[in-house]
Design a protein. Structure first.
Length: 746
């Protein structure tokens, strides 16, 4: 009998190729007759385009095409996953530093880069807005032309949308202590190791597009709409991305290369440099204002939360980020009265997009930090205050929403135990703990096809993107358990819209639950067909046959799946094909379009010390514990949680964009923009999972991978306060910022 792969630390499918360099990423793909593309941008954020002279650039040997907005269909096509507001190329004026005004295609990359430098753009630098305060000034210039926001009452402002949620009556609530503060969260970039890449080529009367995108089928729809093609005529090839973190969710430059491929009649290729990637994707910065009312026993009376997110020049998916994160801004607590007002603010900065956690780290930073201050002022242990308010399993902590789906106190207590919360703190150190919660997918649709071949090997087809989270491995583990096939005899096929069935998207930690269920059901479809074959072969009623884990169970004996399969297929051979579907439909009237399929609940705890001379923070012990339902692959769960934790330490301790007065990014690239390295890791890191098999996915699994990021900042800041007495409400907690706070106190 095949060893059960589920729950085991199964080796990563594709892992060997990743660590040896043999995996083929998009930039490794070579297509005959390919043209290389280089973007032309302006040296300012907002510039009125007066003229573009391409004559000198056209003289560079090997240049085949120089495209500007005037070469596109008129009016210039716009696209976007939420609002059709992003032009294929800047038209009239640029909206942010890095907004392309032209693109050069040449036989070689060097020729394209040389020609791009020779494209002469006459422009006038215009007044721009780079901060929330500037954008909200009534005298501020508008980021978007009101004409692209018809019938929008906010079209003549820089407020994209205002969203309101809540219950109870905050104004009538009577609290014995009110804590009110404002918290700042920085603008950071996803910094995936693999650069963003895009290719396109005419394909008869259709188009092939290669992309590092996380949502291939969204890209297929976008290209079909822009080129007026049926979906069947747009093929998307999406090799496994080398990291995404939300930055590769939605189309960016694929429409541009598709139009260029049509114009040139040849394949074209654009691979962004790291500097260009910084100018393409980022997380929304935010200002979170929190008023929390407490009774003297620490119970929360109300939460009044107002959030402003700086979205950037185009919306991308950022309005959804604002909505989804703010809806759950009061956290995993029972709060009688809640008022939430959340706004998305347009600015002349890089368009923000999804980033691991999807806005939740921003609101968690404000809420959890405010709870900490309330605990200090009430003289109540910070952890105890949270436990007194934490929702119990099955409790409807948010009216009309999915009830608490886990024993969250168990998760919180495990983190407290691992950080040794109730033991004396060594001199010069401090401990902090914080809780994070994120809503899982609210809608979803995933299909899978599983083929059981004549020799008993298996092919699993999935439209999910495996960007390092290990989706291939999880799907193979499910197929291995259900069909009793060793992992070594299973292949998982992804990344080609002409081959694999539809998957709505790869985001919101949905893959194990939604696509995993589709794979499970496809395997069950194969099992049902095996049962039908066995009934015919062995003259047994189907109702008396069960198929599981590699065996067909008959009333009098067990027969292997392979034996039954081969006897049933006969000398002609063949295969059995199973199809599975997992659907979560929209719920009319729900603020998010649907209730949460599950919650990612996570507890983060740290022990640290602060150098009094430099302000440098050293993490002595770091604890991350998640409520995962079932760990299908414990090693992958630990890797995801620990990776999320380190990413969270990035925006907590060091990462942030720096702009000059013209809106230019001054710290582009890996040298001037700091991310955590091995020198910044905690001295000790402990990760754990709470498994109660209470999730909606296969074998009780819930989604994971974002949870470990949610509460990093408030846990670290809490520990800094405990160690130094300093209260810092602006991230990141750089040595300079901490040192200056210490000097101000002196």
């Amino acid at each position: 009998m095949t060893q059960d792969a589920v729950g085991a630390a199964a080796p990563r499918l594709g892992g060997y190729g990743r660590v040896t360099g043999r995996q083929e990423y998009l930039a490794d793909i070579r297509v005959t007759d390919m043209l290389h593309v280089k973007l032309v941008t302006l040296d300012c954020a907002r510039g009125r385009i007066i003229s573009i002279d391409r004559s000198a650039a056209a003289e560079v040997p090997g240049v085949r095409l120089i495209m500007t907005a005037e070469d596109l269909p008129q009016p210039v096509p716009r696209f976007g996953p939420q609002f059709q507001d992003r032009p294929v190329l800047a038209t009239g004026e640029t909206k942010y530093h890095g907004d392309p005004v032209a693109a050069v295609a040449a036989d070689t990359k060097d020729a394209a880069e040389a020609a791009a430098k020779l494209v002469r753009v006459e422009y006038e630098s215009l007044e721009a807005v780079f901060s929330i305060a500037d954008a909200l000034d009534p005298a501020a210039p508008l980021v978007q032309d009101p004409s692209i926001r018809p019938d929008d009452p906010l079209a003549h402002t820089n407020v994209l949308r205002e969203h309101r949620f809540g219950w109870g009556d905050v104004d009538a609530a009577r609290a014995e202590l009110i804590v009110e503060n404002t918290y700042e969260f920085p603008m950071v970039t996803q910094f995936a190791i693999e650069p963003h890449g895009f290719m396109a080529a005419p394909d008869g009367d259709g188009m092939i597009v290669w992309s590092t995108i996380q949502h291939p089928y969204l890209l297929q729809k976008t290209i079909a709409n822009l080129l007026d093609l049926p979906l069947a005529k747009v093929r998307v090839l999406a090799p496994d991305p080398g990291g995404g973190f939300g930055g590769k969710q939605n189309p960016k430059y694929e429409p541009l290369v598709a139009f260029m491929a049509l114009k040139a009649g040849r394949p074209v290729r654009l691979v962004l440099s790291l500097d260009e990637t910084f100018q393409a994707v980022r997380r929304a910065s935010a200002e979170i204002r929190v008023r929390t009312g407490f009774n003297t026993d620490g119970t929360i009376v109300f939460e009044d939360i107002a959030s402003d997110f700086l979205l950037g020049a185009y919306v991308d998916i950022a309005d959804r980020v604002v909505v989804k994160s703010s809806y759950l801004a009061a956290g995993p607590y029972r709060v009688p009265s809640v008022r939430i007002v959340a706004r998305g603010i347009l600015s002349h900065t890089i368009p923000s997009t999804a980033f691991r956690g999807f806005g939740t780290p921003q609101v968690t930073w404000g809420r959890e930090s405010n709870l900490d201050e309330g605990a200090r002022r009430l003289g109540i242990d910070r952890f105890e205050l949270r436990l007194r308010n934490l929702a119990e399993k099955g409790e409807e902590f948010l009216p009309g929403e999915t009830p608490a789906d886990g024993d969250w106190e168990q998760t919180a207590r495990r983190a407290a135990d691992l950080i040794r919360w109730n033991t004396p703190v060594p001199t010069g150190r401090g401990r902090g703990i914080a809780l994070g919660i994120k809503s899982g997918p609210t809608t979803g649709l995933s299909y899978s096809t599983v083929r059981l071949l004549a020799d008993g090997s298996v092919l699993v087809y999935s439209g999910t993107s495996d960007m390092g989270q290990g989706a291939r491995t999880i799907f193979a583990q499910i197929a291995s358990r259900e069909l009793g096939v060793p992992l070594s005899r299973i292949s998982v096929v992804m990344g080609d819209s002409a081959v694999v069935p539809y998957d709505q998207q790869t985001s919101a930690s949905r893959s194990s639950v939604l696509m995993g269920t589709a794979v499970l059901r496809a395997c069950q479809d194969v099992q049902a067909k095996l049962a039908a074959i066995a009934a015919r072969l062995y003259s047994v009623a189907e109702s008396e046959i069960s198929v599981e884990r590699g065996f067909v169970h008959l009333p009098d004996r067990d027969v292997t799946i392979v034996e039954t399969l081969q006897a049933g297929l006969g000398p002609l051979g063949g295969e059995l094909v199973g199809n599975g579907e997992m659907r979560k439909d929209k719920e009319p009237g729900h603020a998010l379009g649907g209730s949460a399929a599950f919650f990612e609940f996570h507890a983060t705890a740290v022990e640290l010390e602060v150098d009094p001379g430099t302000g440098e923070i050293t993490i002595i012990r770091y604890v991350t514990v998640g409520d995962v339902g079932t760990a299908l692959n414990p090693l992958q769960v630990a890797g995801q949680d620990e990776g999320a934790a380190i990413m969270g330490l990035g925006h907590t301790l060091m990462e942030h964009y720096i702009f000059d007065d013209e809106g230019r990014i001054r710290n582009l690239g890996a040298i001037d923009y700091r991310i955590p390295t091995s020198m910044d890791l905690p001295l000790e890191m402990l990760s754990d999972s709470i498994e109660n098999a209470d999730g909606p996915g296969p074998y009780g699994v819930k989604g994971i991978s974002e949870g470990g990021l949610l509460a990093v900042s408030p846990a670290v800041a809490s520990a800094v306060t405990a160690a130094t007495g300093l209260i810092i409400r602006d991230l990141p907690l750089t040595p300079q910022r901490v040192w200056e706070a210490m000097m101000e106190r002196v």
